[in-house]
Design a protein around this ligand. Sequence first.
Ligand SMILES: [Zn+2]
Ligand SMILES: [Zn+2]
Ligand SMILES: [Zn+2]
Length: 149
Amino acid sequence: MDKKMDILKEKLKRTGFKITPQRRAIIEVLLENNHYHLSSEEIYDKVRESCPEIGLATVYRTVRILDEVDAISKLNLDDGCIRYELKLDDETGHNHHHLICKKCGKILEVKDDLLDNIEKEIEEEYGFRIKDHDLKFYGYCSECDKTEK
Ligand SMILES: [Zn+2]
Ligand SMILES: [Zn+2]
Ligand SMILES: [Zn+2]
């Protein structure tokens, strides 16, 4: 976790983002909960445990700045709330894909990009350099699928 924090700190430093204790606490919450895709309000609830004096406005502002410097990605599940996760540098810097269960709302992550061939074809055919993509699959998780049948 400290190593990820260091990599992220380096990335943020390059963009001129200053890490204050409150911002650090927010980033730590995001790191610890990165697979839970927290909303701003949920980040706020968790960060208050280590940083009781923090305000919701600070969380909103920090999340917005992290988005501006491209350190965070937004996940819109069409449930009226935007969720966030840190973009932890893998080789491609690409987003992973999300599997969203329509019954229990669980979010699973597809670790592999799987789109390399498609991307290559698009880049060749359209002369378009792909930097990222946002892909969501809707369906039923293995547990819900058992009760669906
Ligand atoms: Zn489910
Ligand atoms: Zn995710
Ligand atoms: Zn890709």
